[in-house]
Structure formats: structure tokens, C-alpha cells
Design a protein around this ligand. Sequence first.
Ligand code: J2J
Length: 550
Amino acid sequence: MLDGFVPYPDSFAIKYKERGYWRDKTIGDEFDEFVARYWNRVALSFQGQPVSYGQLGARVNRLALHFVNLGLKTYDRMIFQLPNEPEAIYCFYAAVKIGVIPIAALPAHREAEISYFARFTGARAHAVPSGGKEFSHQGLSRKIRQQAPELAYTFVSGPGVDEDFISIAGLLEDRIEERVSVEALKKYRPDPMEPAVFQLSGGTTGVPKVIPRTHNDYSANYRRAAELTHMGVDSVMGIAIPINHNFAMSSPGFLGTLYSGGRVVPVASTKTEAVFEAIEKEKITVMPTPPALLIRWMESEALSHYDLSSLEVVLAGGAKLSSEAAKRIKPLLGCDFHQNLGMSEGMLFWSRRDDPEEILLNTQGAPMYADDEIRVVDENDRDVPPGETGALLVRGPTTIRGYYNSPEYNKKAFTADGFYRTEDIVRIIRGRYVSVEGRSKDTINRGGEKISAEEVENHILAHPKVENCAYVAMPDRQLGEKGCAFVSLKANRRLSFDELIRFLKTQRRIAAFKMPERLELVREFPMTKVGKIDKKELRRIIAGKMLINS
Ligand code: J2J
């Protein structure tokens, strides 16, 4: 078993298998089955170029053979920073087929995050895009390799690959299967009970947490989500959100779409026109999206310039969709919607097509499986009366039992009997439907992108002029929330917003989406009775100021 992985207790594993949620197949086994079944159908289209299931199978096998030939082994880790392009999907399946575990990072992550993932997981490989005028991911990989000597391979998509790095296109052109039989891959088949993918948590701690999803539980996740979304051979999923995010990957994501024989269209940009153009040209039928993007689409003037009639359903998750916004989807986009409360830790709530309208509009759906267990509790872990608000605890066949390599933190994040503490504040309606009412975790949800306040505070506190700081959410009409940094300075110091951002960018090297979008200098912080900075009060103050400014 992989060191640092918390397995499911045997009694639960047996139950989940008996009830058919877990099938003891690897994601790679399922891949081989659907490739054979849908051989001549189109699996992917990217910028007008179709790729059949047969071609997808051949490319993935070829890459997997190259990976083992280069020396990658089962349970090695590979950091994935590839953007929305077919190479991301080829590399993903090639890796999981031989048990190499993708770490689902984002192209937006920078040295602070990637260096941490590399060191924390002992990653041996890094997959990055070559291009980009503004930022060189190859330069980033070079730096990380100096800090993490175990990182021995950099795989690069696109043209202009540095000499000592490995071109993915180059590997795809080299017909290794003529020298080494594809049968050789069988030796590398991982155990379905072991981690297949490392997802990342937006987290509430100083560093992101690593989420080990096994083949069994991840497959249970995308198969059921695909079923509830009515995915089939005629489904065309457009993916404009980051392709490595759990939502884009498994809920039902590209994994569930391909499993169902549908077509995946990676969309390289989240710009409204680019998305609309992709919908029109590729006849996209289904799109996962956070409410922030959905609202931008609905408010766009471009709406009348494109034919979006192929769109059957949007999947809204990642942040709360207001019922007002939900009501506008059908009249403006002409399609249905599913709401879902998802989390990279696993549990997924999903609305059903035949749910009553009131449920569709006002809840984030019900759990996917009969053996998904939910509890809503008060601060002493006692169940609140039905229909009342409390903290959501979850356990089930798609929910992890522990973060990777974090025994101390796991004691806080999970109950003794294995429920994951979501730190979402919810109400349960009609027994199973969830309505998200807030959260107790110290995060900022920036249009679906999660930011740990503590992580950014640590970076701000490293500034030599800063005495203390608190990072809180401020309301934003489009994104829902953005980050506002409240900062007190050391005596006789001054700090401008630009200076702070320059510091975070050039000295701390964090991803741009985590950066504060406003700086509030204060002499003193409001404090709670127990002597902590009163963030609730800070959120109230900044929300009040934003009202005055708008
Ligand atoms: C309110 N809050 C929500 C919703 C997630 C599908 C969809 C989303 C994610 C995801 C995902 C919410 N209303 N509808 O992994 O597979 C907040 C909650 C939750 C946290 C998880 C998927 N949908 N949230 O967003 O790991 O606070 O996963 O606990 O990024 O997002 O964030 P993340």
C-alpha cells in the first residue's frame, strides 16, 4: 500500500463492493473497455480536429509504454499542469493506466505551490505546457527540479520544448509499440483500492491538502454522476473550467463522458465568446460551470450572436447558485440545469431531472448513492433537528477517509468514525436534499476557485513591513467573492497595494488567483472574546464599504 494513504476500513470496502458501487476495476481497465466498445466514434474534438476512440486508445497506450520505458513506475507521482487540450487527457490516462498518480495541479499554480507539491509527494515527473508569452512553465519546472531532486522528468506539450525536457508530441510520434508489446503494460496495472489520482483541496490550512482518490471510488464517482446527468453516446461535454479540477474530471467530467461513449471538447479559454463559439461549432450539449461563469454568459451581449441551441444542460457547482440566477437559465440559455454540491474529497450531491421545480431551484441536490451517509451537527457534534442549520459531515463510497500523509490534521478533519468534516453549513430539506447556507471554513470562494485564507496570510506576514494581517472574502457581483487583505504595519511603515502584489508575485511566487484584490490598512483589528481576529466583523466592514463604493 502507498505510504501515507488512509484506506477504507474492510467492513465498508466489502459493503461497497457487494452493493456494486466498487467494481475492482482500474480506471485503465475501464478505458480499455470503452475504447473497444466505441472504437469508431469521436472521443475528442479540439480546435476542429476530431480524435476517435480508436486513436485515443492508441495514443494513450503509446504514451504509457514510453512512460514505463523511461523508468516511471506504479505509484510514482506526476504533477499535472497541462491546460485544456487533448494532451492533458492522453497523459492522464497513460499515467493512471500504469498506476502513476497524477497530482491535479492547475496551470495557474506557481513556484510556491508546485514546489510544495513536489516536495510533499516526492513527485518524479512534471507535465507542463511549453507556450505562453507571460509565463514559462518550463522555466518553472527547471526551478522546481533544483529544489526537488526526485523530480527527474519534465513532459512538455506544444512546440518549443527545451532540449533536456521531453516533448509529448515527440513521444506520440515515436511508434514504440513496434518495439515493445502493449502487453508489457499489464505488469504495471495498479490495485483498484490504491490511489489513482491526487486531487488538491482549496484547504483551510497553511498549505494545500492532498486528496487521494482510489480507482474504485473515483470510478464510482464519475459513473454515477454520468448516469444522473444522462450522459450517453450523443453527449458532447465542453470543458472550459480547468480540466484537472475534480468537477471537470469526474463529476461527471471527461472521465464520465468518455466512459459513456460521448465526446469531450476541451475549450482553451473561459472568455464568453470563446465558449459560445465552441458551443456553436462543436454542438456542445453539456457544460460544467461555476455560477460566476454562468452568470457572465447569461449577461453577455454576445448571447444573441451565437447559436447555442445544442446546449441541453448546464451543471452548476463549485459555489452557490442563487435561485434568481437559476430561474434565468432556461429563458436565456434555453437549456436545463443540474445543481451540485461537489468537493474534491468526494461526496457529491446532485439534482435529478425529475425533481420538483422548487427543489431544483433551491437546493444543491441529494447524495448520489443510497449508502452515502450525511449528518448535520452543532458545534458539539450533536445532530441538529431535521431541517435546521448545522455543519455537514459526510461518509460514503466516494468520500476519502483521510488526506495523504497528514495524520495530525486528519484527526481534526474527520470524526473518529470516519465522517469527513466539510465545514459547509447546510440545511437538509425533505430528508436528503441539501441547501448550502454558508461555511465555517476559513476560505475565500473566488468564482468557484477556493483560496485558503491562512495560506495567503502566511505569505503576507512574510513582508518585512507587515505586523499582522487577516485575509477575508469581500462580495463581488460577478465572482461572488474576492480576497481582501486587512493589514496592520510595523511602526512608521507604509505599504501600497501595488507593493504588496509585487512582493507576492516576485518574492512569494503564488498563483495569481490567490492575490488580494484590495488592501485595507488598519491600526488595530477587531477581536473576538477568545482573542482571535474577528473575521466576521472584517467581512461586515468590507461589505459595507463596497456598498458605499458601488
Ligand atoms: C455552495 N458551495 C459549493 C455549491 C461546491 C463538483 C462541483 C464542485 C466541486 C468543488 C467539485 C457548491 N454551493 N453548489 O469537486 O466534483 C463549495 C463547498 C465545498 C467546496 C469544495 C465537484 N459546490 N461548493 O467545488 O474541492 O464549500 O470542489 O465544500 O473545489 O466548494 O470545493 P472543491
